[in-house]
Design a protein around this ligand. Sequence first.
Ligand SMILES: [Ca+2]
Ligand SMILES: [Ca+2]
Ligand SMILES: [Zn+2]
Length: 294
Amino acid sequence: MEFDLLAIRTSITLALLSLILIFATAPDASAVTIVVNFVGGAPAANAAGGGDLTAIVDAAARIWESIYSDDSSLVLYVGWAPIGPAGTHTLIEQGGDPNRETVGLILFDNSGSVSFYLDPTPDSDDEYHLLTEQFQDLGGGPVNVARLLTQPTGAALGRTDLLTAALHEIGHALGLAVTNTSFAADSRDGVIRIADGLPYSGTVIPLAANYSGITTHIDAERVTYGSLMAGLSSDERRLPSDLDILADAQISRLSIRRAEVSETPPSLPAPSSGTAPVKAAASITAFHGLHRVN
Ligand SMILES: [Ca+2]
Ligand SMILES: [Ca+2]
Ligand SMILES: [Zn+2]
């Protein structure tokens, strides 16, 4: 009898425990889910740091996932290939309402023309000693336009950060892609206007143009240096700025997870005071053509 009671208690406890586990491990009902699939290739011999491409792209995906609260999923195929520019993104499938990319391909260069830093600890930015945030009023109040980490140490010194390239290419997959029909519709006037309902509504994001027309990049000549979706240089890490976050939110009708934005990358709701001086556009000479995409 005593034994049976104990058995019953044990089974009730186990049942409760498994219920708790089910709830604890249930996926967030509303979250952007980015699934990363490695398709092959190996880094160039001049890459250093010892990190792994899939782990780095996964870390980049977690950063973007933490930013938006929509129930949406994106499958990304990633790999190394001798492409020339640091990274490329290609939209493979899109759909839904609102329209979003659902499947994409991201390749990183292994021709050796870019010397990548493969961060073995992609969840930590310890290799970069200085974080600079920039703010600029683009019509909707001073908004964060750059979260830039500089002063690299160790293997990060003199190299192009693969985590930054991954964050940048995922930024394309989340909306800023020429074949994305939402982007095509919104970019005809050369700017992305942040609509009511999003923070900093009234902000007008200028897009860069080149010989073939409007590009999928933020105009580095009109926005203070350091936006993730403006490009990237060696010896720096760029995290998504509020401007980058707003651009994809506007294009893909994504909701910004305001309650959780106080942590490292996004800090959307409260713009901090002060507009930092604009760094000379000369720094763009160090730009590693991230595009030639699409
Ligand atoms: Ca690290
Ligand atoms: Ca527009
Ligand atoms: Zn790009």
